[in-house]
Design a protein around this ligand. Sequence first.
Ligand code: MN
Length: 223
Amino acid sequence: MKKLQLLLLVTCVLGFTAQAQYKLPQLNYSYADLEPYIDSTTMYIHYNNHHAAYTNNLNAALSKYPELYKKDLVEIFQNFSELPADIQTAVRNNGGGYYNHVLFWELLTPASKSKMSPVVEKALIANFGSVDQFKAEFEKAAATRFGSGWAWLIKDNSGKLKIVSTPNQDNPLMSFAEAKGKPVLAIDVWEHAYYLKYQSKRADYTKAFWHVVNWKKVEELLK
Ligand code: MN
């Protein structure tokens, strides 16, 4: 009897710990590597405080329904209404926060490695007329997002590239998003992403962002 109880306990504990909790991703560069365009202190706080908080809060919400760890976050975003009502807001804010930042870090790279490939250039010209026109529209979406949020380049179901923005930590994968599509490029326009260096000048931060875009990742997401 005791052996059976022990076995049950062990199975239970293993079953619980086997649920993969979300973790902060490894960065492919150090905090100072995006200087002078994104400063080291902002990177440190953004990653260790903001992204860590989204990660912890997402895990706190999902731990009420551990079976949800078996689902991909994208699948959760796409079927949002199926989530238990009591964690919908927490998963929207913190699941979005977790996912968006994982992607954002991958979309950044030291300026010395930021080079647009011919494949990306062609796609931008085909969809926006020119790279400059694309950048102007993307900067406008970033500038006109009132309050906190993100500007995105997305690929919609028909394969067309579009520029959109979302409030808070929403993203274009979420079932209720105004314009849905697969993210290809993103910029975080929450004040925490730029205020230390650029204060209220979001437009200056958005312009600086072009120096540290990881175009290799953009090309990968385009495919
Ligand atoms: Mn952020």
